[in-house]
Design a protein around this ligand. Structure first.
Ligand code: ATP
Length: 247
């Protein structure tokens, strides 16, 4: 129901350069405290959906041409990206951007919102290091020399410093060994359970994503073509054939 959704995206259309219709009426709901996956192949429109929610379309000459997005009951469709961050929407973009010349600890400091006190920052850092012990071990090394998995952990840590209520992750598993994907996804699930953090996860790795989310949406050619519980999606024969590598 609408009342229990932290995010409610209704019939959103996104145009790039005023001509390229990238998503064509996408509706997605994220329940408060829930974990939801957007699945689909390359170019399906998953990243565009996240950018519509975080407000990052403008930088790419895109805009919402139809539909409405509500966050915690507030219409955010036209809101500035920075304002959405302040409301608690955090978007970890694809490609795990971190400041490579800074240490993980400095990266976390740099991600702190303006006005956060030193003591509050240190509480947040301790929490993040508890969730990601590997980061704690490397907190004073140069971030550029961390492994891909550790950089992804740092990118997630940087998001957590802002204490979001909705965390959106774009392809966090990209290029990582399966054991690392399992480790990071396990930690995400733990944070979701312990902190009640709502998560919207974009993944091409449907197998890994469906292990941790409670429901998923399959996007093809800019439209939602399937929506169901993780269990229902895992047992769907089309999903098995095309996205889970089974048959
Ligand atoms: P990927 O995993 O490859 O990012 P995706 O499902 O996230 O795939 P999008 O990146 O949302 O897909 O792309 C959806 C469509 O919009 C694609 O056809 C893509 O080429 C197009 N598109 C994405 N970004 C732009 C842009 N900045 N300008 C024009 N077209 C774009």
């Amino acid at each position: 129901a609408q009342g229990q959704s932290i995010l409610s995206m209704n019939s959103i259309e996104v145009l790039y350069d005023n001509v390229m219709l990238a998503i064509k009426g996408v509706s997605v709901q994220v329940p408060k405290g829930g974990m939801v996956a957007l699945l689909g192949s390359n170019g399906a429109g998953k990243s565009t959906t996240l950018k519509a929610i975080s407000g990052l379309l403008k930088a790419e000459r895109g805009h919402i041409s139809r539909g409405e997005i509500k966050f915690d009951g507030t219409d955010i469709t036209e809101m500035l990206a920075q304002k959405r961050v302040e409301m608690g929407i955090c978007h970890v973009i694809e490609g795990r951007r971190v400041f490579e010349h800074l240490t993980p600890d400095e990266n976390l400091t740099a991600a702190a919102p303006m006005g956060m006190s030193r003591s509050e920052l240190s509480v947040q850092k301790d929490k993040i290091y508890d969730y990601f012990p590997r980061l704690a071990e490397r907190r004073n090394s140069q971030a550029g020399y961390l492994s891909g998995g550790e950089q992804q952990m740092l990118a997630i840590g940087r998001a957590l410093v802002t204490q979001p209520s909705l965390l959106m992750l774009d392809e966090p598993s990209l290029g990582l060994a399966p054991f690392l994907v399992a480790e990071i996804f396990g930690i995400l699930q733990k944070i979701n359970r312990e902190e009640g953090l709502s998560v919207l996860l974009v993944e091409q790795n449907a197998l890994a994503a469906l292990e941790i989310v409670s429901e998923g949406y399959l996007i093809e050619n800019g439209r939602v073509v399937m929506h169901g519980t993780a269990e229902a999606l895992k047992s769907n024969s089309d999903i098995q054939e095309f996205y889970l590598g089974g048959g």
